[in-house]
Structure formats: structure tokens, C-alpha cells
Design a protein around this ligand. Sequence first.
Ligand SMILES: [Zn+2]
Length: 112
Amino acid sequence: MDKIKYSRGQKVFVISSKPYRDTCDICKGVGEIKLKGRFYTCPECDGNGKTYIYNRKWRIFEGTIKTIYINEAGSISYTVCSKLNGDYIDSIDECDIFIDKKSALAACRKRK
Ligand SMILES: [Zn+2]
């Protein structure tokens, strides 16, 4: 079995191309839109103020390691809590996790 490189609670930079939640573009995060003087629940985000972004581009997010998962074959993956929106992103491979932003940026550029 491989040695576990990162530990729980550790602050890391992750590169990912998975969909992520960000502030809704239609309501700007308010959750409501105004039409003819009335307020309506934003149809884009259902009033959450956040929507999923599916651009499939590699990007960096900062977060904290929450869980470490080792499967039967001995490969390791992590769940990281994103600093951006508090979401949990799981099944992150060790090769997509970095201690410093500079290394994460360099790796991210290579993926594009
Ligand atoms: Zn919205």
C-alpha cells in the first residue's frame, strides 16, 4: 500500500475539472429576481443563490482535507471541503492535490 501523503484537516490546493457550485449569474446570489416590480424565486438556482458550473476546465480551489479513503486495491483518494462554497468534493486523486498554490498552478496549466 502507498504511503498516505496528506492528512485530515490539512489545507491544500486541488486541481479539478469537475462541476462546482458558484454564485448564480442570473440573481447574483440573491435567490430572487425582480420582474415588473414583483420578486420571484430565481428559476436558475431555485432560490439557492448558487448554481453548478459545468465548464469542464481545470481550475484550482483551496480547501481542507476532510476524509481519506483507501480502496481494496490500496489506492488512495480524498474528500476536500472547498473554501469557496463549503462544498465537499470527493474522489480526488493524490496527484491532483498540492501544498502550495504555485505547484497547483503549474499542474493546472499542463492539463489544459
Ligand atoms: Zn439565481
